[in-house]
Design a protein around this ligand. Structure first.
Ligand SMILES: C[S@@+](CC[C@H](N)C(=O)[O-])C[C@H]1O[C@@H](n2cnc3c(N)ncnc32)[C@H](O)[C@@H]1O
Length: 235
């Protein structure tokens, strides 16, 4: 995963983080504005907001798109990412913020973050890219470990297995896109397992939350790629 995401960071970090952008003409302002938008859209279904006293963790922070949005609201944010290239770019991008720390993670847990030390754990469009759902379950276990009693999490997970199969996408590309790729003007490597990722079934999700000592408060988009989960660590 590190090798893949390091390569994507060097190729076009903003595009691979927010793939609705134009690959050949990435608009920085659009990229950063999309972080505020993603945060608002993922918290509003649960009527949640980050508080000025909150210590927050952003799993799979990339170069800090959502981390920046979280940092404008929280006391302190720790972003964790498997890619050193993403983390290094993120540190430069967020250098103007005094309340953010970006950590290089090992791709499967939240080592370096203490037990019961954070108020909020957030993650968006990360678990859907992890090829092995057992790793996503490990992260859920880790969310339970680092949250203080009464703390909450919102994360996105895919519950749509078919979109993670190579066969679904192979051959679906136009000749124009293939030509653009040869010219370096279209994305590469989107059939790799590290991009295609994996889904969890709703039962797997509920089991992982339970094992982590987390209580599912609500979820939206069940059965879709964008299943948003809100869970709490009980007091
Ligand atoms: C599509 S980007 C999303 C970045 C950020 N969450 C956002 O919404 O702006 C996916 C990010 O997850 C990171 N990532 C992929 N697999 C990971 C893993 N196993 N552990 C931690 N980060 C991972 C990648 O390096 C990349 O920065």
């Amino acid at each position: 995963m590190r090798r893949y995401w390091d390569k994507k960071a060097r190729e076009n970090a903003m595009y691979y983080i927010q793939s609705e952008l134009d690959y050949a003409h990435v608009d920085r302002n659009e990229f950063w504005a999309s972080g505020d938008d993603s945060l608002a859209r993922t918290l509003s279904p649960f009527d949640l907001s980050v508080q000025p006293t909150d210590e927050v963790v952003d799993i799979g922070c990339g170069i800090g798109r959502t981390t920046r949005a979280l940092a404008t609201k929280a006391r302190h944010v720790i972003g964790v990412d498997v890619s050193l290239e993403m983390v290094e770019r993120g540190r430069k991008e967020l250098a103007d913020l005094g309340n953010v720390e970006l950590l290089l993670g090992n791709g499967r847990d939240l080592s370096g973050i203490g037990d019961a030390s954070v108020d909020v754990v957030y993650s968006f469009i990360v678990f859907q890219h992890i090829p092995d759902p057992a790793i996503t379950c490990e992260y859920i276990q880790e969310i339970g470990r680092v949250l203080r009693p009464g703390g909450w999490t919102v994360f996105q997970v895919s519950e749509l297995p078919e979109i993670h199969h190579r066969e679904m996408w192979r051959g679906s590309e136009s000749v124009r896109t293939r030509a653009m790729r040869l010219l370096g003007r279209a994305p590469r490597g989107t059939l790799a397992p590290e991009w295609l990722g994996s889904a969890l079934s709703h039962d797997q999700l509920v089991g992982a939350l339970d094992d982590a000592g987390l209580v599912l408060a609500a979820s939206v988009g069940e059965g879709s790629q964008f299943c948003l989960v809100h869970a709490r660590r009980p007091l």
